[in-house]
Design a protein around this ligand. Sequence first.
Ligand SMILES: Nc1ncnc2c1ncn2[C@@H]1O[C@H](COP(=O)(O)OP(=O)(O)O)[C@@H](O)[C@H]1O
Ligand SMILES: [Mg+2]
Length: 239
Amino acid sequence: MSILEGEGVTKYFGGLAAVSDVDFHVDQSEIVGLIGPNGAGKTTLFNTISAAIAPRPGVIRFKGKRITGLKPYQVCRMGIARTFQSVKVFNNMPVFENVRLGSFFGTATRMSSAESAKEAEELLDFVGLSAMNTTLAGDLTLVNQKRLEVARALATKPELLLIDELMAGLNNTEVAQAMKLVTSIRDKGITIFMIEHVMKAIMGVCDRIMVLHHGVKIAEGTPQQVATSQTVVEVYLGE
Ligand SMILES: Nc1ncnc2c1ncn2[C@@H]1O[C@H](COP(=O)(O)OP(=O)(O)O)[C@@H](O)[C@H]1O
Ligand SMILES: [Mg+2]
């Protein structure tokens, strides 16, 4: 069953169709990859799902309910969390407090201070940051800021997690760790829709991959199908 569905999703910036008439779906417990050259519209598509921007025209449904027109915090409380391509952590706040913000503001149910603290501790351990609880987020390396964003997103108790370029700039060891993190998030029962440029990673963790080019969905299939698609190969070689 699809947890997320989009129909005819379109977003213009002036005369430019950043996302053009895209139909998509993500099934429960799937890891779906979204790839495409820079400027293909991947982040814009995520922005329409998280309600940072409204598609026009187009409709997006989460668990069968229309979410188009809702506010970002409403969509988050319904169970969709995200990370950002350009990290948005609170630099002057300790790592621990950054994660707690997710549970205070992003969940549908109220949580006690003790509960949120326990949860933040568990999540920081889960993403491998427990040794940096008290570090200011702004003092973390980029890799660790990305991990922190994952922890904060998970603190909102999502059913669907949108990950925008978690692995950019990571070395091989870090990519392997990030791949493990993604699969262990799915093993918690969370569905994942991820944008990634690191091909080894996307091919290794995704059940299905969608390809955008100039805002248009040009291919979709298993990693194997996408990797051997003539259209996809041409788009990447032509870059
Ligand atoms: N807020 C914005 N205002 C104007 N143009 C934008 C804005 N956001 C993205 N774009 C343009 O939309 C296109 C798609 O961008 P983006 O979704 O960020 O691509 P990707 O994430 O695939 O690299 C690009 O041409 C980009 O310059
Ligand atoms: Mg992007």
